[in-house]
Design a protein around this ligand. Structure first.
Ligand code: SF4
Length: 174
């Protein structure tokens, strides 16, 4: 249960999980509410996130503190769908959906996950397993440790930096 584990002390969101698999420094900056460069509209964090969380349908469903894009039944099982614009950050998307599945499970709802990439005509299934849950817990524990650090992890140049709202902050000297 959330709250029973020390690792859950700092509230973790699906967005935190998504960023964790991209950049640990970004997780730290966001959790410490360091405002990204507001001047540069093209790098606006909110806009970037909404692009990544491409929604075709406005029929979202809120359960607790999670928002689900689509929900359907298949052979008597609940299937939770998450629509994404691109499959580029597949690991992040999978682990974020797994986090939702795990949350639902803690509420007594057993569901299967489905990542939908309409522009790529692609679909990826995500299933809750003990192994996946362990990986998720390790990630959550690591996020907790990252957030507790007194300074952010050093920046590492990755492809994502080019679109990141913190680009100026991390690479101002370059
Ligand atoms: S600019 Fe790069 S290193 Fe800095 S927070 Fe963004 S992704 Fe991480």
């Amino acid at each position: 249960m959330v709250g029973e584990n020390m690792d859950y002390e700092i509230p973790i969101t699906g967005t935190d999980i998504w960023y964790y698999y991209i950049c640990h420094r970004e997780v730290w900056l966001m959790k410490h509410q360091i405002a990204p460069d507001q001047e540069d509209e093209s790098l606006d964090l909110g806009r970037f996130i909404s692009e990544m969380y491409y929604k075709r349908s406005t029929k979202e469903l809120s359960i607790g503190n999670i928002v689900i894009d689509r929900i359907r039944q298949e052979d008597g099982q609940l299937v939770v769908g998450e629509v994404k614009k691109s499959s580029r950050y597949m690991k992040s998307a999978k682990m974020q959906l797994l986090y939702y599945l795990d949350h639902l499970r803690q509420m007594g709802i057993q569901a299967k996950g489905e990542l939908l990439f309409p522009e790529e005509r692609k679909k990826e299934t995500v299933e809750w397993t003990e192994e996946a849950k362990q990986e998720l817990e390790r990630a959550i524990g690591h996020i907790q440790r990252i957030v507790r650090m007194s300074v952010p992890p050093k920046p590492k140049k990755i492809q994502f930096c080019a679109k990141c709202a913190y680009r100026e902050y991390c690479w101002a000297e370059e």
